[in-house]
Design a protein around this ligand. Structure first.
Ligand code: GRF
Length: 209
């Protein structure tokens, strides 16, 4: 069976994107990173992708103004033009409408820097320090219409240290992210993770996953 064609959607530096590109170089990896798309033309990850020999596209959200779905139709057209099978959100800073999420349902993953369902949204490392949790971490999950929810595909934790700052904690969590995202994509591409099966055994708790 051929490798799944994956698009990574970014808005910024693209370190998770790079981790996926590197993992996908292995002969036995079941997916290839066929495309990197950014909604921000200045995203640093775009040049990293080009250096790695990966095709890139820019779909700037700004000309579409408030019309999120029009932006997503342009994005979807890029994905279809490149015959994309699976989508990985990696620091993609746009909320997606139910239209796009439904279209890619079961074929789209996101990475979030917390142990979901804790600390959804932004500033997760600050929130973790303020809450005084002893464990923090990262989660890869299927994308569903609710933000930072959806069945979990991979998750791992780090111990929070007494002297941690947002920066030191973020750096250790980022190492976890770079490890678990390739694992989660492998599981999806090999059919070991699916939205249908995980929805039953991993039903959202407290509105999250
Ligand atoms: C990561 O912390 C990711 O979990 C979050 O946004 C950040 C993106 O970093 N969604 P990078 O662009 O992958 O370096």
């Amino acid at each position: 069976m051929g490798k799944k064609r994956v698009a990574v959607l970014i808005s910024g530096r693209g370190s998770n994107m790079t981790a996926l590109i590197e993992a996908a170089r292995a002969n036995d990896y079941p997916a290839e990173i066929a495309l990197v798309v950014s909604n921000r033309p200045e995203a640093a990850g775009l040049s990293r992708a080009r250096e790695a020999g990966v095709a890139t596209a820019i779909v700037d959200h700004r000309p579409f103004g408030e019309d999120r779905e029009a932006f997503e139709r342009a994005l979807d057209a890029e994905l279809r033009a490149q015959r994309i099978d699976l989508v990985c959100l990696a620091g993609f800073m746009r909320l997606l409408t139910p239209w796009f999420v439904t279209r890619w349902s079961g074929r789209m993953l996101n990475i979030h820097p917390s142990l979901l369902p804790q600390f959804k949204g932004l500033d997760t490392h600050r929130l973790a320090l303020e809450a005084g949790v002893k464990q923090h971490g990262a989660t890869v999950h299927f994308v569903v219409p609710e933000m930072d929810a959806g069945p979990i595909v991979a998750q791992d934790s780090v111990a929070v240290r007494e002297d941690d700052t947002e920066a030191t904690l973020a750096a250790r969590v980022l190492e976890v992210e770079h490890r678990i995202y390739p694992q989660a994509l492998r599981a999806l591409a090999e059919g070991r993770a699916s939205l249908a099966s995980s929805s039953k055994e991993n039903a959202p708790r407290e509105g999250g996953a």
